[in-house]
Write a protein that binds this ligand. Structure first.
Ligand code: ZN
Length: 371
């Protein structure tokens, strides 16, 4: 007898939302909604996205970004809606593809890779290989900017929610790791790079407020300080607070925020994503598609480029690990030496004590102890 198929159980969609408990925020959120519903300017009212207006999770971040000033938050979100319409974001979201992504990946490696302990998706950027002139030869600055805006939109629409389900908590932030190893000084004064960074930070701050849970900059050398002071001019105080700048010894700081199995081995974690040529290309995380898991037919130069890049990344961590290991070994030896010294001192003291005891009791022999 054929068993009747059980009706497919619909998995209950769990959703996690920002918990707003502050009575003042709750009150101002209502005022914010009212302010959007009663917009009188025709060009403004035409662009309003009704689904966003009903979504407290979106509204609260615009409101907080403007320090709970309803009027300023209204202007901010209206500008976002105008920008969305201007670039036709909803259409791009479905149809835009960066044509030469594989080539760009090799000179500007960047990827999402799993998530931090708090659930924030991790976004990695390797700047040391970057040459903006080459990137913009492959694709137009405009396309690169659209591509980077779409990354933010994708996080907001999909990735935060996917990570929230895994961590069973509300997630609204990306954890950025930006590696500046081997960056050429000429890159740090490259106008195209500064313009690109200014534009992408601008989009992130103006359209995706409070979307950064942390930004760890690695291998920041002396030249980087000047560069960073130029870049930080574009950053608001809240964003700046999230940025941490480290030299070569970043591993333990990263591991405070990220579990070892979510951190690529080239940064000192244990993840290697052996398929698809390593962590930089695996798209590992709850967003990984079946297509991502398949081996695709890539041209030889791309495959070789990936191998070369992985070797380069691993060579960095080897240097760090050797240094760290040496330091740890020295620390251990120092500790052992101290213990040895202490033991010797104690031994000496015991011998002296016994000698005194023997003296005090004359020539009396101590009785052997029964076992
Ligand atoms: Zn990995």
């Amino acid at each position: 007898m054929e068993s009747k198929k059980e009706p497919e159980k619909k998995e209950e969609e769990e959703e996690y939302h920002e918990i707003i408990t502050d009575p003042n925020e709750i009150k101002l959120l209502e005022e914010f909604k009212h302010s959007l519903e009663t917009v009188t300017d025709k060009s403004d009212s035409e662009v309003i996205d009704p689904s966003a207006v009903l979504d407290n999770d979106i509204l609260i971040h615009f409101l907080r970004a403007k320090k709970l000033n309803v009027q300023k938050a209204t202007r901010m979100i209206l500008n976002y809606f105008h920008w969305k319409r201007k670039i036709n974001l909803d259409d791009l979201y479905i149809n835009f593809k960066l044509e030469h992504k594989n080539e760009i990946q090799l000179i500007f490696p960047h990827c999402f890779h799993k998530y931090a302990k708090d659930g924030s998706p991790i976004y990695i950027q390797i700047m040391g290989k970057l040459n903006p002139d080459e990137v913009f030869k492959i694709d137009t600055p405009q396309n690169i900017c659209i591509y980077s805006a779409l990354i933010s939109e994708r996080m907001e629409r999909e990735y935060f929610k996917m990570c929230a389900k895994i961590k069973k908590r509300y997630v609204h932030g990306v954890f950025n790791i930006v590696d500046f190893r081997d960056i050429r000084t000429t890159m740090l004064i490259n106008k195209k790079l500064l313009t690109y960074l200014k534009e992408s930070f601008g989009i992130l701050q103006d359209c995706y407020p409070e979307c950064l849970s942390g930004c760890y900059i690695l291998n920041a050398g002396f030249a980087f300080r000047a560069f960073f002071s130029a870049v930080s001019l574009f950053l608001d105080a809240k964003t700046k607070d999230k940025v941490r700048v480290y030299g070569e010894n970043y591993r333990e700081h990263l591991l405070e925020k990220i579990d070892s199995d979510c951190l690529p081995s080239f940064f000192g974690g244990t993840c290697q994503c052996p398929n698809k040529g390593g962590c930089l290309f695996s798209n590992a995380g709850p967003w990984q598609t079946e297509e991502d898991k398949k081996d695709d037919n890539l041209p030889e130069e791309i495959i070789n480029g990936r191998i070369e890049l992985n070797n380069y990344m691993m060579s960095g961590i080897k240097v760090n690990t050797v240094k760290e290991e040496k330091k740890e070994k020295e620390k251990l030896e120092e500790k052992e030496e101290k213990v040895e010294k202490k033991e010797k001192v104690e031994e000496k003291e015991n011998v002296e004590k016994k000698e005194i005891e023997v003296k005090n009791t004359g020539n009396e022999e101590s009785k052997p102890e029964n076992v």
